[in-house]
Design a protein around this ligand. Structure first.
Ligand SMILES: Nc1ncnc2c1ncn2[C@@H]1O[C@H](COP(=O)(O)OP(=O)(O)O)[C@@H](O)[C@H]1O
Ligand SMILES: [Mg+2]
Length: 339
């Protein structure tokens, strides 16, 4: 199994029309992450707006407009039925919690920390972005931005470096969602004095004491996460919701591929979808297969080949169709078909 490095490469929020978010320690994308901009279109259910205390589910939905996000989630993301169902359940819980609050029934803010398990490219980061938006619209987090980090963003190399690093990340994430990818790397019992433990302890405190202002989502492989929770019962007990992201079946991957092409104004030419189907069946057997991310990467390469193919013919007048079509050959010349 491959270890994902920085989360920077894993994320492509633009394609999903999702809000962008900041990644501490990354240099490439900073300004785009302004959480104020990211959430400016959403309805913030501020107390002042609530002319009347909502008494029906419809009123809460109308005030928060989470329906839009839920519909988008259903529409934009292929498959993932169990995940979508769980998100609806969580949203229902929160909506009812709002109605209960109207009667003064909920004293304590609900624990919303979550764990997303699944193989690479199954949509964990993408769904976390949507989750941040839902929590924001319902008023559970002030800003609704998402800060994605890995161990290296939290843990220092030298004594005394970890606490400031972790606190800095937490500061950035306050009012939103902190997404910790491959969270189990924080715990390295094989290293005698590992600074990861220090980061875990700070996280635990904040997850408990500031849970009305920060939601933490831990993500990674299921088996490693299970092991991590066994050794870190404190962390395990603070996670209220576990969502498991299944691998996609080939037909789902094909649909995902078609959607990705469509978003970039490409389409499969005659027979190309079938060849891509064949490609995916082969790719699935290869090491480092990463679900929807492998689809994205394969299509990137197909686009490169299409461009080289068109580039080779200097005098040809290129039509709209020429420029938008991925042909059989653009996929077939992948090295996967060489053997
Ligand atoms: N169900 C889906 N429908 C459409 N695109 C998807 C789906 N799941 C993942 N993707 C796309 O695949 C890529 C990888 O997804 P990501 O959320 O980064 O996966 P993970 O965080 O689990 O590694 C992204 O470009 C994302 O938009
Ligand atoms: Mg990810």
């Amino acid at each position: 199994m491959q270890r994902l490095k920085a989360s920077v490469t894993a994320i492509d929020a633009t394609e999903m029309n999702a809000p962008l978010y900041s990644i501490p320690g990354s240099t490439g994308r900073t300004a785009v992450a302004d959480p104020v901009v990211a959430s400016s279109t959403s309805a913030v259910p501020a107390e002042a707006d609530a002319v009347a205390v909502p008494r029906t589910v419809a009123e809460v939905l109308a005030q928060s407009r989470i329906d839009d996000v839920m519909d988008e989630l259903d529409r934009d993301l292929v498959g993932l039925i169990p995940v979508k169902t769980r998100i609806r359940d969580i949203a229902a819980l929160l909506v009812i919690d709002k109605l209960r609050a109207g009667f003064g029934l909920s004293a304590q803010s609900p624990s919303l920390h979550m764990c997303f398990t699944g193989n690479p490219g199954t949509g964990k980061t993408t769904v976390a972005l949507r989750m941040a938006e839902i929590l924001h619209r319902l008023g559970y987090v002030r800003k609704g931005h998402l800060v994605a980090v890995t161990r290296d963003d939290l843990v220092g190399q030298y004594i005394g470096h970890t606490a400031p690093k972790t606190k800095e990340v937490l500061k950035k994430a306050m009012g939103g969602v902190l997404f910790i990818d491959e969270a189990y790397y924080l715990y390295k019992p094989e290293n005698e004095r590992d600074y990861g433990q220090e980061a875990i302890e700070i996280l635990l405190q904040v997850m408990e004491n500031q849970r009305d202002d920060l939601v933490v989502i831990l993500a990674g492989y299921q088996d490693r996460m299970d092991t991590f929770f066994k050794s870190n019962p404190g962390m395990s007990s603070r996670i209220a919701h576990h969502l498991d992201f299944p691998d996609y079946a080939v037909p789902e991957l094909l649909t995902i591929g078609e959607r990705m092409l469509d978003q970039q104004h490409y389409r499969f030419g005659e027979g190309a979808r079938e060849v891509f189907d064949d490609y995916l069946q082969r790719r699935l057997q290869q090491p480092h297969f990463a679900n929807a991310r492998s689809v994205r990467n394969a299509l990137e390469r197909a686009r490169l080949r299409q461009a080289s193919r068109l580039f080779a013919d200097r005098d040809r007048v290129l039509t709209h169709e020429d420029l938008t079509t991925i042909e059989v050959g653009d996929i077939r010349s992948s090295r996967l078909f060489a053997a």
